[in-house]
Write a protein that binds this ligand. Sequence first.
Ligand code: ADP
Ligand code: MG
Length: 177
Amino acid sequence: MFLRTLHAVSDTEILCVETDGPAATQALAEAISATLADGDLLVLTGDLGAGKTCFTQGLGRGLGVDDRITSPTFTLVATHEGRLRLNHLDVYRLDNLGETLDLDLPDLLEDGVTVVEWGELIDAVLPEQRLLVELRFAEGLDRDDDYRLIRFDLTGSAWERRRAALIAATESWRASC
Ligand code: ADP
Ligand code: MG
């Protein structure tokens, strides 16, 4: 039991940052993109307008994607070619988990970096190894409207190995958790 607890603690690592506007969120994501590798999964969670698509745009820029990136709310998935392929999903309108079968997730996840907006809604069908990115409005804090609090939760050995790289990449935006 004790060992299992230790394992659970070392399996999850949390980093927090804050950004003061969309440009900063994009710059943050661009910095993170340098640490990404083929097969990576990023689960983006946060209310409408929190900045999930904005973050993905920064990732795209860092991955050398030339396409304009928008929320694929109706198409569910958009694929963009870059240094690594960017698979961008928005599952907000997915009616049931069965529909995820149509997305051919295993194939998508194999090739490129996969970003899932509202990914927590299909948590059950996503691999455990992931970078969870939680974006929040800075409500109630002494911040203006363009501030966002962003929390990264690293799960799995692939992300743990990159913990130091992620800490370095996000240093300019560091906040306490
Ligand atoms: P989501 O995909 O989470 O619904 P979007 O990225 O589409 O959100 O929209 C975020 C909106 O909030 C954009 O209009 C953006 O300009 C604005 N915004 C203001 N401050 C920030 C910030 N710090 N980070 C990201 N977006 C911000
Ligand atoms: Mg969006």
